[in-house]
Design a protein around this ligand. Structure first.
Ligand SMILES: NC(=O)c1ccc[n+]([C@@H]2O[C@H](COP(=O)([O-])OP(=O)(O)OC[C@H]3O[C@@H](n4cnc5c(N)ncnc54)[C@H](O)[C@@H]3O)[C@@H](O)[C@H]2O)c1
Length: 254
């Protein structure tokens, strides 16, 4: 069950947090993993971990917001079966406090970065008879959250791109889905707590944990296991779907 033996998978942002957990579990299940990372040095340590456990992985230094770089790297990777569009950045602010520069930065990484990888991967998948794409959305795409104006905008766009690609490439054997986690404990969360709530990190950590009715944040491995299923042949009937994985955040917060 859930074997990825013989498959090649591209994971963006695979050097940390959820992307790291995806890379590790994919390699464990037999996939050859290509990690596209801005922080290539750190990702190289993940590749060493994977190799030490008998897996196959390679790092490609890449800024997903740079189309030329992305096209060149997909050209080197060539045929692949799975794309996980995971790389993303966070931002805190409402419409008034979000600067144009921050809006554009969030758009460039979280939206254009996903578009760039889809643009590069889809022709290769078509050429080779199909593939599976998994995009990382968030509960922020479909719920009103305080001070997540730009971030929510980007995750809503990821959700919409998922539906568009799923529809357009049905006949090419490409499945495309997204997952929408609530809070997951990763360096992404620690980073924004340190940046936005200096001195109040522990208090905010507890508050964010309790905002999931289940009483805690998710673990990267929990998200990675759902992604593994959705990218496996066992999920062959699933396309055009969004999967909340949220400790009850969307439905049980009443
Ligand atoms: N952690 C959460 O609570 C949470 C919840 C919902 C959705 N998400 C989404 O999950 C994804 C991963 O989040 P995480 O918590 O694991 O974050 P993380 O910060 O731990 O990891 C993100 C990785 O993406 C890389 N990255 C950032 N910008 C990049 C770029 N331009 N090009 C290539 N790589 C880049 C970073 O170097 C980092 O290794 C993001 O898209 C995030 O929006 C996270």
């Amino acid at each position: 069950m859930l074997s990825l033996k013989g498959k090649k998978a591209v994971v963006t942002g695979g050097g940390s947090g959820i992307g790291k957990a995806v890379s590790v579990v994919f390699a464990k299940q037999g996939a050859e993993v290509c990690i596209l990372e801005l922080n290539a040095d750190h990702a190289a340590t993940i590749v060493e971990e994977i190799k030490a456990q008998g897996g196959k992985a390679t790092v490609y230094a890449c800024d997903v917001s740079n189309q030329q770089q992305v096209m060149e790297i997909f050209g080197q990777i060539g045929r692949h079966d799975i794309l996980v569009n995971n790389a993303g950045i966070s931002h805190i602010g409402n419409v008034e406090t979000t600067s144009e520069a921050d809006f554009e930065k969030l758009f460039n990484v979280n939206v254009k970065g996903v578009y760039n990888c889809l643009h590069a991967a889809v022709p290769l998948m078509k050429q080779h008879g199909g593939g599976v794409i998994l995009n990382m959305s968030s509960i922020a795409a479909v719920t009103g959250l305080n001070d997540r104006f730009a971030y929510s905008m980007t995750k809503g766009a990821v959700y919409a791109m998922t539906l568009s690609v799923a529809k357009d490439y049905l006949k090419h054997g490409i499945r495309c889905n997204c997952v929408s986690p609530a809070r997951v404990h990763t360096p992404f969360v620690d980073g924004f707590l340190a940046k936005n709530y200096p001195g109040k990190e522990a208090e905010m950590f507890e508050k964010l944990s309790q905002s999931q009715p289940i009483g805690r944040m998710g673990k990267p491995e929990e998200i990675a296991n759902l992604i593994l299923y959705l990218c496996s042949d066992e999920a062959s009937f699933i396309t055009g779907s969004d999967y909340p994985i949220d400790g009850g955040f969307i439905k049980l917060n009443g």
